[in-house]
Design a protein around this ligand. Structure first.
Ligand code: HAM
Length: 434
């Protein structure tokens, strides 16, 4: 067989799917820092963890996030099972969490229920900076209880605290109110009347949504539709008195805890279930182009949309990959949390066996051991220690087995001494501490 034929036979290498990423050990400090900070905030604010199935009935999202939202209309991964059910990979958590709240009768528990989550979501978006097809959301939801602005401020405060904890300074918080069932119909009509004048100049989606969901026009990202947003009627002028008071109270609570905000009357969010407060967080400076780091709002009607009772609810979610992208762009490096390690090497078959059980002893004593015990030559083993940057090695040879000892070698200084196995744990701990 000539070389050409050999190359032909080599199977094509697989690669991760477009817009999907591997999380490698080098990224671990970021993931660990973000998740630990998010979890400890969840605990501090009394949120319990929830995890829902990655797949749900696709209709759950059609009915809530909205059939005309980009997330459902263009980006949802759906599949038909052999039994004929149409399922979707979750494009977000919120509807699944509301389903779980109803399904498990959580309204009978103390209200409101505070729920925290972290996990993968899927959107068949066009991959670009900050836009992936599989990404990870961290979220906080408050379900049930009173329809009180103090909760709107609580969710926003938690997210602001998380970003502060991650050293992302001066994030931009954009906030708006999109009213409720009382004031929104009137505003929608005004928006339709305004946009009808420009129908010929709008993108295809906006022309269609103008009839069915005019609020969506304010969320359109097409360049040709941008100029019309500027002069569109302002929702804040049209809010009913109850929504106005709710919005004012939310802002006052934020001021109370020193969170600055920008009221953005064009902010409507891409999902259909929101009412009243909507918000988004961005990084400051040029990292703003990575996209919103987090967003959310109130969704008091969602439970009814899926067969539950009217239930005040709200929440917010952050995208972990975007947070990491911002941290890296800003040069924020979380400290590596990996423990100090010792390298265990053997010289000879009997010593290899003994080393295997010694590693168990050390592990039980809380010492992190790394090794290359499958290699036979001591030199080859110590090369691995060098590659991993480990400074302290334990070497076990035939002689040491009979003497119940091990050699403790300082790989940096090149010095070594013999230590009794009975004393080795204390000695290693002492040296690793130093
Ligand atoms: P969302 O704004 O669609 O809201 O997503 C929340 C966050 O997920 C965004 O702010 C962003 O950081 C991240 N994200 C969104 N799409 C992508 C993408 N393609 N690639 C990378 N990151 C992305 C929701 O999902 C709502 N469920 C939030 C919520 C919770 N509302 C109430 N409760």
């Amino acid at each position: 067989m000539d070389q050409k034929e050999k190359t032909k036979e080599k199977p094509e290498a697989f690669r991760a799917q477009k817009g999907m990423h591997d999380m490698l050990p080098a990224d671990e400090p970021y993931w660990e820092k973000i998740e630990t900070a998010a979890r400890s905030l969840a605990r501090a604010y009394n949120f319990g963890s929830i995890e829902t199935p990655i797949m749900e009935d696709a209709a759950l999202y059609n009915k809530t996030s909205g059939e005309e939202s980009d997330v459902v209309e263009k980006e949802m991964y759906t599949l038909r099972t052999k039994g004929g059910d149409v399922l979707a990979l979750r494009p977000e958590y919120t509807p699944g969490i509301c389903r779980a709240y109803i399904e498990h009768g959580m309204s009978r528990l103390a209200q409101p229920q505070r729920l925290f989550y972290v996990g993968p979501v899927f959107r068949h978006d066009r991959p670009q900076l900050g836009r992936y097809r599989q990404f990870t959301q961290i979220g906080y939801e408050i379900l049930g209880g009173q329809n009180d602005a103090i909760y709107d401020a609580e969710i926003i405060t938690i997210i602001a605290n998380l970003l502060a904890e991650l050293k992302i300074k001066n994030p931009i918080l954009k906030i708006n109110s999109i009213g409720d069932r009382v004031c929104r119909p009137n505003y929608k009509r005004q928006l339709q009347n305004y946009y009808r004048n420009y129908e010929k100049e709008l993108c295809e989606d906006c022309v269609r949504r103008l009839k069915t969901n005019p609020l969506k026009l304010l969320d359109c990202k097409q360049p040709q539709c941008q100029p019309f947003k500027e002069k569109a009627p302002n929702f804040l002028d049209k809010l009913c008195s109850v929504c106005k008071a709710h919005f004012r109270a939310t802002l006052e609570y934020l001021e109370e805890v020193g969170i600055s905000y920008e009221v953005d009357p064009r902010l409507v969010r891409g999902l259909d279930y929101y009412n009243r407060t909507v918000f988004e967080f961005f990084a400051d400076g040029k990292e703003e182009e990575i996209g919103a780091l987090g967003g959310g709002g109130r969704y008091d009607y969602l439970m009814e949309m899926i067969g539950g009772h009217a239930t005040p609810a709200l929440g917010g979610a952050l995208g972990v990959e975007r947070i990491i992208a911002v941290m890296q762009a800003k040069g924020i490096v979380p400290p590596a949390r990996s423990p100090k390690k010792v390298f265990l090497a053997h010289a000879g078959a009997l010593a290899k066996k003994n080393a295997f059980s010694l590693r168990e002893e050390l592990r039980k004593s809380g010492i992190c051991v790394t090794e290359a015990l499958a290699r036979e030559s001591l030199g080859a083993q110590l090369k691995v220690a060098d590659k991993e940057g480990i400074g302290l090695a334990l070497i076990l040879g035939q002689k040491e087995i009979y003497e119940h000892s091990v050699i403790l070698r300082d790989l940096g200084a090149g010095t070594q001494e013999s230590v009794l196995v009975a004393k080795v744990v204390d000695e290693i701990k002492k040296r690793l501490k130093a």
